[in-house]
Write a protein that binds this ligand. Structure first.
Ligand SMILES: Nc1ncnc2c1ncn2[C@@H]1O[C@H](COP(=O)(O)OP(=O)(O)O)[C@@H](O)[C@H]1O
Ligand SMILES: [Mg+2]
Length: 260
């Protein structure tokens, strides 16, 4: 179960990404990287961050702890940056945050960073499963912290949820974008990763994760219908994709054979 903390101090924006996440201090004195509900990508980015992040964790990958963070109207009210004040105003209420990993560095093959085969293979399988295109050389979203790999930024995963008509088609898709995966060259055990993943994931694991997504994030737009229907849709996507995993597993193996 995700904990809930209260934001107490806006520390600094993280300007690499487009969504203007920020380092924020909370009432437990921890520092968090906050993904704001009011950012341009909208609440579905937080939905993807939560669902994909917790699936990654269930697969045994290191994902920084995810928490809900309550933002009140006072936070950053006097920040000199208009864009930041606007973002905070639009995000009053519940947001999602990750434990901040101080002193972490971005994984960089050019600096001779390497990944263990088992983790690289599971990461390739995981990103294919959740249709995450954001783990590439130009956009690694992979941190090194105390010599271990940490997987961040899953806001672009599960992109079928921007077009629900595509649910069944996306659940079956081979995910050819895997050819650009940052860790593909180290992923020499993709078949083993699939076997392991099939032991770890199932409908009740997915349902327990989906139960934690706030209703309001699931139906951000008028006419979206009700949250329970949306939750059932995610559950159908995830279970169908797990059943169809041979397709994207074979695609990942094929993409790797062309690379190494
Ligand atoms: N948990 C974390 N600990 C330390 N740094 C982080 C953490 N999460 C994100 N960052 C830093 O903030 C940057 C932006 O965060 P990210 O989640 O990738 O958001 P965006 O959607 O803007 O790309 C990352 O590239 C990384 O440098
Ligand atoms: Mg990013």
């Amino acid at each position: 179960m995700l904990r809930t903390v209260q934001a107490t101090r806006y520390v600094t924006p993280l300007r690499e990404g487009g969504s203007l996440p920020a380092i924020v201090e909370a009432d437990d004195l921890g520092l968090y990287v906050v993904k704001f509900r009011g950012a341009g990508q909208g609440p579905l980015a937080l939905v993807a961050e939560l669902i994909a992040g917790e699936i990654g964790r269930a697969l045994g990958l290191n994902v920084p702890e995810l928490v809900f963070i309550e933002v009140d109207a006072g936070l950053g009210r006097n920040d000199p940056d208009y864009e930041i004040r606007q973002l905070l105003q639009a995000s009053v209420g519940l947001n999602l945050a990750l434990d901040y990993l101080p002193g972490s560095t971005m994984f960089d093959p050019a600096a001779r960073d390497k990944a263990p085969a088992d983790q690289a293979s599971m990461a390739v399988w995981f990103d294919s499963f959740v249709t995450n295109i954001d783990r590439t050389a130009s956009n690694p979203n992979l941190l090194l912290w105390h010599k271990a790999l940490y997987f961040i930024d899953h806001g672009a995963a599960l992109y079928f949820h921007h077009n629900w008509q595509s649910l069944d088609q996306m659940a079956q898709s081979a995910f050819p974008a895997v050819k650009k995966h940052l860790l593909l060259r180290w992923a020499s055990a993709i078949r083993q990763a699939e076997t392991e993943a099939k032991l770890k994931l199932n409908e009740s694991v997915f349902a327990a994760i989906l139960d934690q997504v706030p209703d309001a994030w699931l139906v951000p737009n008028a006419g979206d219908g009700d949250a329970a229907t949306r939750r059932a849709g995610y559950l159908r996507f995830l279970t169908e994709r797990l059943t169809a995993s041979a397709s994207f597993t074979e695609e990942a193996l094929r993409a790797r054979s062309e690379l190494v």
